[in-house]
Ligand binder design. Structure first.
Ligand code: ZN
Length: 263
């Protein structure tokens, strides 16, 4: 599996992705908002984009579909319930469906509601496991739930699906928010040594050249995976004195998401 992470440099800080088969040169474009950069990168690599996949229906993920499809004739894939929200879907995806790219790449669809109700993540198995997580999981953060989402569903997606992936899974999110997210981690958990060590490395960094972090690393510096951390809970109880001494993880997640909304 060959992966190109394309930094759009736009105000929304989107990452777009090309995932290609090294044998055939066929490629899948994930959320190719910056269609010019995606088409150019495919050309440079000698790849043919045969499929476009939207992780979810928001315009900053679907806005490049038409141009990429017009240039390549690619098929459009999205969540099976997204057909009324995304124009021209050729294949609706459900949990467990497999997206094949050329001969050598197979990606498993995860049905991952929370940011929206029609959100898929793509999981690569094998010796280089990866997750293309759209706006569900960000480096050091979680997607918001403002535009058609539900934080309780996002919690379930984190706990029941994402947290159970192999620890060496590489995380490919839909946006670069790592600097702000680490700031939030440190606001919630000031003694988080991993977040404190990483923050200066990403302050003002070039996302094009940014590291790719693993799930094991996320669990150390992403507050939304640290729902049982005594420090996180103690500080949350200062802010929400009505919380019990041992609040359930869903409550912790929802309260953290609420604080992050206005942080
Ligand atoms: Zn979104």
């Amino acid at each position: 599996m060959l992966v190109e992470r394309i930094w759009t440099g736009n105000a929304y800080r989107n990452f777009n992705y090309l995932v290609a088969c090294g044998e055939t040169g066929e490629a899948l474009a994930i959320d190719p908002l910056d269609h010019e950069k995606c088409l150019n990168r495919a050309k440079v690599r000698g790849w043919q984009i045969t499929q476009v996949l939207n992780t979810h229906e928001h315009l900053d993920h679907t806005g490049g579909n038409a141009a990429v499809i017009a240039a390549t004739g690619a098929k459009l894939l999205a969540h099976h319930k997204a057909g009324s929200k995304i124009a021209g879907v050729d294949r609706g995806l459900a949990a467990g469906d497999v997206v094949k790219v050329g001969k050598s790449v197979e990606l498993e669809c995860l049905d991952t509601p929370g940011h929206t109700l029609c959100h898929v993540c793509l999981r690569a198995h094998g010796d280089q496991p990866a997750i293309f997580s759209g706006d569900t999981l960000f480096n050091a953060g979680a997607g918001n739930c403002h535009n058609g989402g539900d934080p309780r569903l996002l919690f379930a997606t984190f706990v029941e699906q994402l947290a159970k992936l192999p620890e060496n899974t590489r995380v490919y999110p839909g946006h670069d928010y790592v600097e702000n997210n680490l700031g939030f981690t440190l606001d919630r958990e000031p003694d988080n040594a991993d977040a404190r060590a990483l923050l200066p490395q990403v302050q003002g960094h070039d996302p094009e050249a940014s590291a790719v972090w693993t799930l094991a690393e996320e669990k150390r510096f992403n507050t939304f995976f640290r729902l049982q951390s005594p420090g996180v809970i103690a500080r949350l109880r200062e802010r929400f004195p009505d919380l019990p001494e041992q609040p359930d993880p869903q409550t912790v997640f929802v309260k953290l998401r609420e604080l992050r909304n206005s942080w």
